[in-house]
Design a protein around this ligand. Structure first.
Ligand code: SPD
Length: 349
């Protein structure tokens, strides 16, 4: 008799659970440290869903992952040149802007810039933009060496035999920095430009320990690395926690990029994907996210809500004179192979 009661109870419990509507899951792949976890949790709660978030450290890894994974991702965050690459591969869902009530919060000037990689802003919603500079540990790097605030400090003999430099694991950023240092546009793939960049990279490489886009966030503060090529928001997240670390945008100029949020054509949850993007576009949410990431926001309504201290920080929002010296990393088509070849050569040296 007792056994029968237990069995009935078990069946009842199973029935209750099987009747619960299962939560929808949104598969999101994003750069690391690029979304406030509290916002993610709030979206899940408000929409009775789960976000499965996986992270990546480079556009190339993201693309390999979505092309090779059995899991179909719903939402990803490529940089401009990769929006074009993904669109040419027919991976992107054209946006139905009627489903994005907060789209009008975006800065028209940034939307115009984004048209260089996404004509008519058809497939990509600008998420953050940013600049790439150098982050260093003040204890080990002498101020007089840094004073010039130039990419050229990486060529200084101070670094010889120290093995204390790291650069991003990103061909466009690394070769781009060398091109800027040599006085060229990082999109220049002419022979003279690439030869100059290759020889500068050789001199830097003698003291570079690794090409890595993540570990510098711990290694500069703890002194394993003394100077690292760094994305500005990531660097500012580190600075906020470590007084001994500093960051600068080199005087010659820097690469400038716009990362966007896109919905994949293969997404099985497009309605939820739209809701998520619209949630990110909400002015208050975008402001919270901008404060968390320390990246410049393309959301004009969110920008207006930011503290004066953030808006006037030249490492987040440099003045127009500096921005005029910065270069958007453009889609280069087949020519990118010439940049990749130099990067591979340096990496395998
Ligand atoms: N942790 C977030 C890093 C975002 C970097 N954006 C990519 C820029 C590629 N040039």
């Amino acid at each position: 008799m007792k056994k029968i009661s237990i069995l009935i109870l078990l069946v009842a419990v199973l029935l209750v659970f099987s009747c619960q509507p299962s939560k929808k899951t949104l598969f999101v792949s994003n750069w690391s440290d690029y979304l406030d976890p509290d916002l993610k949790a709030r979206f899940e709660k408000e929409n009775n869903c789960v976000i499965r978030l996986s992270t990546y450290e480079s556009n190339e890894n993201m693309l390999t992952k979505i092309l090779s994974s059995k899991q179909s991702y719903d939402v990803v965050f490529p940089s401009g040149d990769h929006v074009t690459i993904m669109q040419l591969k027919n991976l992107l869902e054209p946006l139905d802007k009627d489903k994005l009530n907060n789209y009008a919060n975006l800065d028209p000037a940034i939307l115009l810039k984004a048209q260089s990689f996404d004509p008519e802003n058809k497939h990509a919603v600008p998420y953050f933009w940013g600049l790439t500079g150098l982050m260093y540990n003040k204890k080990y790097v002498p101020e007089d060496l840094i004073a010039s605030k130039s990419w050229k400090i990486l060529e200084d003999k101070f670094w010889n035999s120290k093995s204390k430099i790291t650069m991003l694991d990103d061909a466009r950023e690394v070769v781009g920095a060398a091109l800027i240092s040599a006085g060229y546009d990082p999109n220049d793939v002419s022979q003279p430009a690439l030869s100059a960049a290759a020889s500068i990279l050789e001199s830097w490489d003698a003291n570079i320990t690794q090409f890595d886009s993540d570990s510098y966030k711990n290694e500069v503060p703890d002194g394993t690395t003394w100077i690292a090529q760094a994305y500005n928001g990531d660097a500012l997240q580190v600075l906020a926690e470590n007084e001994g670390v500093s960051f600068f945008l080199p005087g010659e100029g820097a690469s400038l990029w716009i990362d966007s949020v896109v919905i994949l054509k293969s997404s099985k949850n497009k309605d939820l994907a739209y809701k998520f993007i619209d949630f990110l576009l909400d002015a208050e949410n975008a402001k919270i996210n901008a404060e968390y990431t320390s990246y410049p926001t393309p959301n004009l309504r969110a920008y207006e809500l930011l503290d004066e201290e953030v808006k006037s920080n030249p490492l987040i929002y440099p003045d127009s004179a500096y921005l005029d010296k910065c270069y958007m990393l453009k889609f280069l088509g087949e020519d990118v192979k010439r940049i990749d070849a130099i990067f591979e050569q340096i990496k395998t040296n």
